[in-house]
Design a protein around this ligand. Structure first.
Ligand code: ZN
Length: 249
């Protein structure tokens, strides 16, 4: 079994294209996408079309949900991006294309369960909205509550910070584990990182390959300036959304 786990594309077509090419080069045919296809970035329709085409399992993210329904709890910059994204989804392409995109978003599940693996956008407790940050390992109550809901493995995104959380309340960043982790009998949570807006100070696109019991964190370079320039050219997308891509924050 060989599968790519991608998340938090955020309408970044250059990052997504680079990741899909990297996945293709390794002859991986199965892709799971853990949500936030749209929001923040300049190419929501194109990214959504790619995910519809290539992903076998796709989970609803909070930004996908915000584009569909009323956005709740978004800061002004994110909110403006949500409304701009909605306009694009409502107005780009012929009506069958538009319907296909909306239907796809509207039918996305919040969780997916594959035997011993759970797939969510946020957390096992609140699949769409809860953040699980590296520093949460110091919050024993939160960790216990999350792990009590996980059979064996939970794969998630949302924070844009990749790594592995263990039940002994440790967080391992990809660098600390040389980009590899072997799945065993212990419960773990895995954040697969973000394709289109990494926030761990590494601007390269991030995703995970699962090959049987081995997880590999991949970092893929792409031309960040192309995406940033597109963002700068769109009034409704704040310039800081382009700036942050360059620093990976
Ligand atoms: Zn996100």
């Amino acid at each position: 079994m060989k599968r790519a786990l991608i998340s938090d594309i955020h309408a970044n077509l250059e990052a997504l294209s680079a990741v899909l090419a990297d996945i293709r080069n390794q002859e991986i045919r199965e892709i799971y996408c853990l949500g936030d296809i749209v929001g923040y970035g300049p190419n929501p329709c194109e990214c959504l079309d790619q995910v519809i085409r290539h992903s076998q399992v796709t989970i609803l993210g909070n930004h996908d949900q915000a584009a569909l329904f009323d956005p709740d709890g978004f800061n002004p910059v994110a909110l403006q991006a949500v409304y701009w994204t909605r306009e694009q989804l409502e107005g780009r392409g012929d009506s069958s294309r538009i319907h296909k995109r909306w239907d796809y978003l509207g039918e996305l599940p919040r969780t997916h369960n594959d035997g011993n693996s759970l797939y969510v956008h946020g957390s096992a407790r609140e699949p769409t909205n809860e953040y699980v940050f590296p520093e949460d390992v110091y919050n024993q109550r939160k960790m216990d509550a999350l792990f009590s809901r996980i059979d064996r493995y939970c794969f998630q995104g949302h924070t844009h910070i990749p790594g592995v959380f263990t039940t002994d309340r440790e967080f391992h960043s990809p660098e600390e584990i040389s980009y590899q982790y072997r799945l065993g009998t212990d419960c773990i949570m895995v954040n697969v990182g973000s394709v289109g807006q990494p926030r761990d100070n590494d601007p390269r696109a991030c995703y995970v390959i699962q090959e049987d019991d081995v997880l590999t964190f991949r970092r893929v370079e792409y031309d960040v300036n192309v995406t940033a320039d597109k963002i700068y050219a769109i009034n409704d997308l704040d310039n800081m959304l382009g700036d942050r891509l360059k620093s990976g924050r």
